[in-house]
Write a new protein. Structure first.
Length: 46
């Protein structure tokens, strides 16, 4: 029962927070010229 409550509460939280996170993402993108996600290739990592 606790696991079901945790899953339902987490999904509800994601649904509620998603629009705010989307707005913040686009505001940052509007202010910054770079990509939203940045991947850096590192040579000789091992």
């Amino acid at each position: 029962m606790k696991r079901l409550f945790d899953i339902i509460f987490s999904l509800f939280g994601l649904i509620v927070l998603f629009p705010f996170l989307l707005i913040v993402t686009f505001l940052i993108k509007k202010d910054d010229r770079g990509p939203i996600f940045y991947w850096e290739v590192i040579d000789n990592l091992i």
